[in-house]
Write a protein that binds this ligand. Structure first.
Ligand code: BGC
Length: 450
């Protein structure tokens, strides 16, 4: 497909369109109005953790620019906005007072009202990686209590916003938190526990399982986690590489799909780990959700290795790459294949899918006075949308598509240089300049709604 021409409007017409951001990545204002500290505050304040030394401030400063951001969303014509709520704006000090910070809640309250006034459905995520430091101090997601604290927090937020918010995401990308945050130490909290990190998977899924019914009690029509998946490709067809790919597929994908969709974990004996589940946990985790939040960026190619881990990730041969280089290959066909496989593997257990994130970073200037012509991003998004349509044509029920991201934002350990936005942001002044991809997405949504 030609990346610059819109898709056939009729093929797109069943999809709801959205754009996403996350609190720590766009809000800035880390000490405003009583916000408490998170593991990401500790991470960015420790020299050497973030490639460019940036600290998520001032950045897009969305905390102070709600009207501007919502005008951008209105201009796009999206049905929904996926943003996230900062736990420590709501409950700044989990350990001591536990008291609720009404000023922090006011910010989200107003955001919701402005969205609704613009006819955009708010779709908040309750946890996008910004765990309160007080919880990390007692083990973070290794500690089962964190799941209960999360449910309490969910209940507080739903108590305030549940009269207007009906569509929620609970936990974002538990695989990233467990694998990059606790197993490898690349993301906050920066722990390198390897397979000993696996209990963090169970506690995050349990957090979802405990929170979702509370959200529904407050009128939620959707209360689902968002899962990041990658198709795992063996580097060669040798038995050892195939086995390595099977192991990584179990850790990255089936460790999440199996418990959520069939109520059991895959066989983890190869890792020497037992999941710390108690009676009733699996029923909570596998309780049906209205949708399946699906984040997809790239496949991972893997070969067997003899190091601390029995596999090693390698570049995907022949694939173009994003601004992250060889480890972020562009292979939209793998998104289609993954979706079809998910549908075939889980059948009726799989609820309708919402693509809750998809997007790419490419090198772009820090400042601009003119529209950036980000043809590579348009091609990336266009080809992945085609993959979504192919999966739909093959029988996979997909109801929504979400671009990551509305804005250039703080790309975690990579800092500012990796820009994912439809809108360019000058990280010193906060100035927003829509890119060509913004116009492209706007025209595509208009064609879908025509
Ligand atoms: C995360 C986002 C992140 C994006 C690009 C997803 O894994 O949910 O927060 O910015 O990928 O890395």
């Amino acid at each position: 497909m030609d990346g610059t021409s819109p898709h056939d409007g009729r093929a797109l017409s069943g999809l709801r369109f959205s754009a996403a951001t996350a609190a720590f990545q766009v809000e800035g204002a880390r000490t405003a109005d009583g916000r408490g500290r998170t593991i990401w505050d500790d991470f960015v304040d420790t020299p050497g953790n973030v490639s460019d030394g940036s600290t998520a401030e001032p950045g897009p400063d969305s905390y102070h620019r709600v009207d501007e951001d919502i005008a951008l969303l209105s201009g796009l014509g999206v049905d929904r906005y996926r943003f996230s709520i900062s736990w420590t704006r709501v409950i700044p000090d989990i350990g001591a007072s536990q008291s609720i910070n009404e000023t922090g809640l006011d910010y989200y309250d107003r955001l919701v009202d402005v969205l609704l006034a613009a006819d955009i459905t708010p779709e908040p995520t309750l946890y996008h990686w910004d765990l309160p430091v007080a919880l990390e101090a007692v083990g973070g997601w290794l500690n089962r209590d964190t799941a209960h604290h999360f449910a309490d927090y969910a209940s507080v937020v739903a108590g305030r916003l549940g009269d207007r918010v009906r569509h929620w995401y609970t936990i974002n990308e538990p695989a990233s938190t467990s694998l990059q945050g606790y197993a490898l130490g690349e993301l906050a909290p920066g722990r390198a526990l390897l397979f000993d990190a696996l209990p963090t998977v169970h506690h995050q899924l349990l957090a979802h399982g405990l929170a979702a019914p509370m959200l529904r009690e407050h009128g939620a029509l959707q209360a689902a986690p968002t899962l990041n998946h990658s198709l795992i490709l063996p580097a060669t067809e040798t038995e050892t590489d195939l086995a390595a790919a099977g192991l990584l597929d179990a850790i990255m994908n089936r460790l999440f799909t199996d418990p959520l969709l069939v109520g059991e974990y895959p066989d983890l004996s190869a890792f020497g780990v037992q999941m710390p589940f108690a009676d009733g946990d699996m029923e909570l985790i596998a309780a049906p959700n209205e949708v399946y939040g699906f984040n997809y960026y790239n496949p991972i190619t893997v070969r067997s290795a003899d190091g601390e881990l029995p596999f090693e990730m390698v570049p995907t041969p022949g694939a173009a790459t994003t601004g992250f280089g060889p480890m972020w290959p562009i292979r939209p066909d793998t998104m289609r294949d993954f979706l079809i496989d998910l549908h075939e593997r889980y059948g009726a257990q799989l609820p309708p899918i919402i693509i809750s994130e998809n997007g790419a970073a490419f090198p772009e200037p820090e400042t601009t006075t003119t529209e950036i012509v980000d043809t590579e991003r348009i091609d990336y998004l266009s080809s992945h949308l085609s993959a979504v349509l192919e999966a739909k044509a093959a029988g996979v029920r997909i109801d929504g598509y979400t671009v990551w991201s509305l804005l250039d934002n703080f790309e975690w350990a990579e800092g500012w240089p990796q820009r994912f936005g439809l809108v360019h942001v000058d990280m010193n002044t906060g100035t927003r300049t829509p890119k060509a991809s913004y116009r492209w997405y706007r025209d595509l949504i208009a064609a879908a709604n025509a």
